[in-house]
Design a protein. Structure first.
Length: 348
């Protein structure tokens, strides 16, 4: 029992269950799932579907943070990916053609991969601090997306493209399967090969890992490339959900939510040890929290404050130092007087 309480996932799971319980008490229909035309609908299903883009971005962010880095450009990469894909599809004679959609998605995700490689080059080869290197693309990315769309919101009418975010497969949202696929692939690569151990080694001590023969430059470069690739796919899902490429609002603040999800999952921003399962739980916690805020009618201007307060509480609960202070407070007692008997003195 003691071991279970000390597990790194105990607090994230507790926070998620607490949010689910709060929602259930506030609106008993929260856990209600209905079936219409063979598809599942309900608040839980909406959370699973809407969290797909965040899940993709958070998976990439987990790998980057594990190398002691950060990627603030994911939101810009999402905007560029969606803009490229929709521009290609809209310019084609048949927007419903599966071949055209495949080309549009492939080019959009390919551009996102190139942007991720560019971030990795600046960090791993040039040696620029991660926060500065990715901040450059964060600022320039939306401008690039606006250039691609010529300053307009590009909209399309394509049922196959819309299916990716709004369609259903086997009764569940197709976007959920995309998110599950990304989690499985990342988990296999990072936990079933030596790459995960090497990534942690680079994050814990880059100099020592390099002296030990680990090619830290290639691992860091690959982490940012993976982050760009996953952000590009997230951009496709986001544009598919609204059927438009809006360079100004695509994925707004998703980089902050991704970082929060990673931290809530128990991954340290100092690099090294990371938890893929923890990130998954963190994503669903953030998405459930967002749903809770919306239901409670919190004004949009106050939403960041409300979310920040909840996150601070959860992070404090996860803090080892805070736990140590609480233990000391519980075990602190007035020292008893030490009585030394005459026999004990003689025994000495």
């Amino acid at each position: 029992m003691n071991k279970l309480l000390k597990h790194r996932l105990t607090l994230p799971i507790t926070a998620l269950l607490a949010l689910v319980l709060l929602n259930t008490i506030a609106r008993p229909s929260f856990l209600l799932i209905t079936v219409q035309d063979g598809a599942l609908y309900g608040s839980i299903i909406d959370i699973l579907r809407n969290s797909a883009p965040l899940m993709l971005v958070a998976m990439g962010m987990t790998i980057v943070i594990a190398t002691r880095g950060i990627d603030l450009s994911v939101v810009a990469i999402m905007a560029v990916s969606g803009a490229v894909s929709l521009t290609i599809i809209k310019g084609s004679p048949d927007p419903n053609s599966l071949g055209v959609i495949a080309v549009g998605i492939g080019v959009g995700v390919g551009v996102a991969l190139v942007l991720g490689i560019w971030n990795g080059f600046l960090v791993a080869v040039v040696g620029i601090q991660p926060i500065i290197a990715t901040l450059v693309l964060m600022l320039a990315g939306r401008g690039i997306a606006l250039l691609i769309t010529q300053g307009y919101i590009t909209t399309i009418n394509s049922a196959p493209y819309q299916f990716m975010a709004q369609g259903y497969l086997l009764g569940l949202p197709f976007a959920l399967f995309v998110a599950i696929g990304a989690v499985i692939i990342v988990a296999i690569i990072e936990r079933r090969t030596a790459l995960g151990m090497l990534t942690e080694a680079v994050g814990i001590n880059p100099t020592a890992s390099r002296l030990a023969g680990v090619r830290s430059r290639g691992i860091v470069w690959g982490a940012y490339a993976a982050s760009g690739l996953l952000a590009g796919i997230a951009g496709i899902l986001y544009s598919s959900n609204i059927m438009a490429a809006d360079a100004n609002s695509a994925g707004l603040n998703i980089e902050v939510d991704a970082i929060l999800a990673v931290v809530l999952g128990g991954t340290s921003l100092m690099g090294g040890k990371f938890s893929i399962a923890g990130t998954v739980i963190g994503v669903y916690t953030i998405q459930t929290l967002t749903s809770t805020i919306t239901f409670l009618g919190v004004p949009p201007a106050v939403t960041p404050v409300f979310k920040a307060a909840v996150i601070v509480i959860v992070c404090l609960a996860q803090s080892a130092r805070v736990a140590s202070w609480l233990r000391q407070a519980r075990t602190r007692r007035t020292p008893a007087a030490i009585l030394v008997t005459e026999t004990e003195v003689k025994a000495r």
